[in-house]
Design a protein around this ligand. Structure first.
Ligand SMILES: Cc1cc2nc3c(=O)[nH]c(=O)nc-3n(C[C@H](O)[C@H](O)[C@H](O)COP(=O)(O)O)c2cc1C
Length: 269
């Protein structure tokens, strides 16, 4: 299975078999984490492998909230310095790892929510300035769970609801990959504004006005857009489009928070 195909077939798995992955596999995953490119290289983000999933049980119950408890044999705990773009950077980087794990037949679930810093300290020592941000559970799925989904059965918004403007066939395929991205409570906050004048597509997230959704989703939605940008990057490569992400000036809409723009390399020169 190509990495591109995992975008459409991966689903969150919350029930795991108790069996641990082999040392070799855990090492391989550590290597993938280490070699994965990032959205922003100037942000100090760290990924900590928690081999003994049992040890994380007590911080899990504190952070899961309405989602219910997830018990996995292993976790990745992601920490970062708090700097502009740090959440998108996490989404972008870790989604690559998640899709690679899917390709290896390993189940995953992003676990956001409020992490209790105090309890994290009992499990790992974070460097000064590093904030614990989220967990990714992983392992083999429980016997009754199926690792992959039928892409036709996915619950996602229509492309017309997330893209503003007209795009050609290839860009339709590329943005369709973003449409499949996982997001916190499946909130799908990403919007893509087509700018024909500048040959760019501006990636944004919807601005939350409701005080409750703002409180719960504003930050996590930044991780979500990072995940969607990774899907775009993988799909663009698959369709041989040489793209880059860069911030450019345009007439912004106050309903959206601007993140970055997708441009074909050299098209702005
Ligand atoms: C940033 C982020 C945080 C998430 N947090 C949780 C969580 O705390 N608990 C949980 O069960 N699922 C969590 N999820 C999984 C989403 O609920 C799931 O991706 C979404 O409902 C779409 O389902 P799918 O991944 O199976 O396509 C999270 C997903 C993302 C991207």
């Amino acid at each position: 299975m190509e990495l591109y195909d995992t975008i459409f077939k991966r689903k969150s798995i919350r029930k795991y078999s108790r069996g641990k992955l082999s040392k070799e596999l855990l090492e391989k995953i550590n290597k993938i984490v280490k070699n994965t490119d990032r959205l922003y290289n100037d942000i100090n983000m760290q990924v900590h492998m928690i081999e003994d999933g049992e040890s994380i049980g007590k911080i899990i119950s504190g952070i899961i909230g309405s989602y219910g408890k997830i018990k996995a044999p292993h976790y990745l705990l992601v920490s970062s310095e708090e700097k502009e773009g740090y959440l998108e950077n996490i989404g972008y980087t870790l989604e690559y790892v998640v899709l690679q794990l899917t390709k290896m037949g390993i189940a995953t679930c992003w676990i956001g929510g409020q992490m209790k810093k105090k309890l994290v300290k009992d499990i790992i020592k974070l460097e000064k300035g590093q904030l614990p941000i989220l967990l990714i559970s992983f392992g083999y799925p429980e016997e009754k769970e199926v690792l992959l989904r039928n892409p036709e059965k996915i619950k996602r918004k229509d492309l017309s609801e997330i893209v503003v403007g007209d795009i050609d066939e290839t860009w339709t395929k590329i943005l369709n990959a973003a449409r499949y991205a996982p997001s916190a409570v499946n909130s799908q906050p990403w919007r893509f504004i087509v700018d024909n004048e500048q040959n760019a597509i501006h990636a944004c997230v919807i601005r939350r006005k409701n005080i409750i959704t703002k409180h719960f989703l504003e930050k996590t939605n930044m991780i979500d857009i990072g995940i969607a940008l990774r899907h775009i990057d993988i799909a663009a490569k698959y369709f041989s489009k040489d793209i880059e992400f860069k911030k450019i000036e345009f007439n912004k809409d106050k309903n959206y928070i601007y993140i970055t723009s997708i441009v074909e390399k050299n098209s702005l020169e």
